[in-house]
Design a protein around this ligand. Structure first.
Ligand code: BGC
Length: 675
């Protein structure tokens, strides 16, 4: 297949020809049966952990080998990275690009050529069971992180962005119809998908749910009008697994190219639909063209170079997982500067909680990854403790004797949070969370430890926001460590001891109660999504969340000094260029995430008060300052005008804020868009 013999007669085998020419040549050699065969996976079960689409030996079509997923390769052993939500907290697209590249390389080493990641479903509510698989609640941030992953992964394989679209509830994922306005769809739930398309993503996975009554896998508006006609996506769309497709002709006619993992709705039924005239041959050709195009464009058709299995969980990738975990940990509270803990002056530190001795890596559904080893918080603390004695009390209900040891320790660290038993994929694992808070047992544990020892640090784990109101004021220090991946224990210890200055920022609002969030309905066949959620809802309703979107403390301090805009008048097709001066005013080097929000004054329509439009992570030495340049294309400030079904940039005044979170924005400026 990889030689050029016969290329003169078979132009599609000629690597020197343009991809489109090769596709057309190949297509016209295929029978209808061969085309239809390409439009579904090979069989229900994975082969060596990979889901195959059919090869065609007669024509040398190799087929796809697909594998999950978002925190590492789900095939045998692989590097287990921190979950995507943790990586969202890094606000570091360059790091995310490197992680995408590492997972892409490991996918290749496993024989895969399509990576079923990233997830860029917007987190509307933190009880969503798969919150951990996505990057957060803000569309801009989500799109930037997802696009970076795609760029990295596609150095080696095809990335498949999922789940298109508006998939953010688990328990009713196979049936629910999300009802939302065209404006909410366009502005809130889709722009991040568009950004991954602009990044060149080769494949899109359709979601299980319905949107405004129509299944996502047969949704002409989503699949054809928006994805293909407007965004210009020319890759293939595959269905989510087994239960996403419902009607043969409707799916084919909407532009669903590959049914996964096996023909159920396609196959013979698709052939029958063509014979019955319900699906045209031109429609089949268009689908097969997209399927072949990506095999040719990504070099799959001509045979990818094998990648040596030694890259899997290699020291570089494990180090990358550790770096990501370190950058993802968010310091939420640090009263009296309890942290970092001083190794020189501590003799004994108690570490409490069953999770202290657990490698808590996240869901066990399709995003599950099995690493060759994993560092628990206790392992990590012990490895970093030097001469400090670490007193392990790895239970959730310590007895009086254990609590006495907690009381006499120099400090207590209690590890609590969520696990795969609390949240995960619907139907196959835990599904949606039943509560926003910790379990009663974990709340009791925190309170008991805090009562025994005033120098208590709470390390939280989990896939998204946790409500902390019943205990947070009783403890001086809180970290959010997410599901930190196979090297997470080291990262937690590094932050606790100050080897690493925490720099994660919340990619999701930590509300004080569910009352501050939109309703979460996971037991009905129809749910309504409004325009506002997360910090946009908190701002509009004047709620004070416990910790706002973008928030995170550091062991140093930063000052925002100056915000300058290059121009105070801009055309609708212009670009806002903002320069923000930020300084490290403390005594330690640290990373700050400079955030730029924009709001529209006197809009014709309901708007968010402000929205994140740009961000940049910067490293600053003590005393150092930097001018960070942030750019926002004015077109991104448009709203979807339902009266004319088009984007509209309002010619009005816009307010710009810069600062360290959605609620700490000391610098302000204004500019006007001119007609
Ligand atoms: C999940 C997808 C996953 C697929 C294959 C589905 O249940 O929703 O995210 O890629 O299974 O494992």
């Amino acid at each position: 297949m990889s030689d050029d013999r016969g290329a003169g007669h078979e132009p599609y085998r000629d690597r020197s020809l343009p991809v489109e020419e090769r596709v057309e040549d190949l297509l016209q050699r295929m029978t209808l049966e061969e085309k239809i065969e390409q439009m579904a996976g090979l069989r229900m079960e994975a082969i060596d952990s990979l889901y195959h689409t059919p090869s065609n030996p007669r024509l040398g079509i190799p087929g796809y080998r697909m594998v999950d997923g978002p925190r590492g390769v789900r095939a045998g052993q692989a590097t287990a990275f921190p979950v995507a939500m943790a990586r969202g907290a890094t606000f570091d697209p360059d790091l995310e690009r490197r992680i995408g590249e590492a997972i892409g390389l490991e996918t290749r080493a496993k024989g895969g050529n399509v990576l079923l990641a990233p997830v860029v479903n917007l987190l509307r509510h933190p009880r969503w069971g798969r919150a951990q698989e996505t990057y957060g609640e803000d569309s801009h941030h989500l799109g930037v992180m997802g696009a970076a992953f795609v760029e990295g992964a596609q150095h080696h394989v095809v990335a498949s962005v999922k789940h298109y679209a508006v998939n953010s509830i688990e328990n009713n994922r196979f049936t629910v119809s999300v009802q939302l306005s065209e404006r909410t769809l366009r502005e809130v739930y889709l722009p991040h998908f568009a950004r991954t398309v602009r990044a060149g993503v080769g494949s899109v996975m359709s979601a299980y749910n319905r949107v405004n009554g129509t299944w996502c896998s047969e949704h002409p508006h989503l699949l054809r009008n928006i994805l293909r006609d407007e965004w210009g996506f020319d890759g293939f769309v595959e269905s989510d697994w087994i239960f996403a497709m419902h009607h043969t002709a409707a799916s084919a006619n909407a532009g669903l190219d590959i049914e996964m993992p096996a023909p159920r709705v396609y196959g013979e039924r698709l052939a029958a639909a063509v014979h019955a005239g319900e699906v045209s041959e031109a429609t089949i050709d268009a689908a097969v063209r997209r399927i072949l195009r990506i095999q040719l464009r990504f070099g799959i058709f001509d045979g990818l170079e094998p990648v040596d299995p030694s890259v899997v969980a290699c020291p570089e990738h494990v180090a990358l997982a550790r770096e990501a975990a370190a950058k993802s940990i968010v310091l939420l509270r640090n009263e009296g500067a309890l942290l970092p803990l001083d190794r020189a002056s501590s003799r004994r530190i108690a570490m409490v909680g069953a999770l202290a001795a657990t490698a808590n890596l996240g869901d066990r559904g399709s995003s599950y990854v099995s690493p060759p080893f994993a560092v628990t918080p206790l392992d990590g603390l012990r490895a970093a403790a030097g001469s400090v004695e670490i007193d392990a009390i790895a239970v959730d209900a310590p007895d009086a004797e254990a609590l006495a040891r907690v009381a006499s320790a120099d400090a207590a660290i209690v590890v609590v949070g969520l696990t795969a038993a609390d949240e995960g994929e619907g139907q196959i694992t835990a599904g949606d969370r039943t509560r926003l808070s910790l379990s009663d047992e974990h709340e009791r544990l925190v309170l008991a430890v805090a009562q025994a020892n005033p120098r208590t640090v709470v390390v939280l784990e989990g896939g998204s926001a946790i409500e902390v109101e019943r205990w947070v004021e009783r403890v001086p220090a809180v970290l959010m460590a997410w599901y930190p991946g196979m090297a997470g224990g080291h990262a937690i210890a590094d932050v606790l001891f100050g080897v690493v200055n925490p720099s994660g920022r919340l990619p999701v609002t930590f509300a004080r109660s569910e009352a501050q969030l939109p309703p979460f309905v996971n037991d009905r066949d129809e749910v309504e999504y409004g325009y506002l959620h997360g910090y946009r809802l908190a701002d509009a309703q004047g709620h004070e969340p416990r910790w706002p979107f973008g928030f995170g403390l550091s062991y140093t301090t930063f000052a925002y000094r100056r915000l300058e805009l290059d121009a105070d008048h801009l055309p609708a097709d212009g670009t806002l260029v903002a320069r923000v001066e930020v300084a490290n005013t403390g005594a330690r080097p640290g990373d700050e995430v400079v955030q730029l929000y924009v709001g529209c004054e006197r809009s014709r329509v309901e708007r968010a008060v402000r929205e994140l439009r740009a961000f940049r992570r910067v490293h600053l030495a003590p005393g150092e300052s930097a001018v960070v340049t942030l750019e926002v294309p004015v077109a991104e400030l448009a709203f979807w005008d339902e009266t004319v079904s088009a984007w509209a940039v309002e010619a009005t005044t816009y307010r710009v804020w810069a600062g360290s979170s959605s609620r700490d924005l000391p610098l302000e400026a204004r500019f006007t868009v001119v007609p």
